[in-house]
Design a protein. Sequence first.
Length: 90
Amino acid sequence: MNTISEEKLLKYFSISREAHEMAKDNVADKEKGEDFLDMIDRYIRDAQHFYEKNDFVNAFAALNYAHGWLDAGARSGIFDVHDSRLFTVD
């Protein structure tokens, strides 16, 4: 499969944005958290840019990078989150 449906992409936007908000509200390591949140913000903005250009594959890829940063922050304790629906924790 080499396409991403708009429905699937919008679902992942929703999940990533929800996880992003939770991470922002639960930063355990301020210095590292700022760096992580900056990267996450950038990848979500990139995803939005690609989405607006109807480039769903690259939008999906950017969201996956954003979520990778979210998961890395959660797993390393930078974000104090405990939601296995949004993060690979617990």
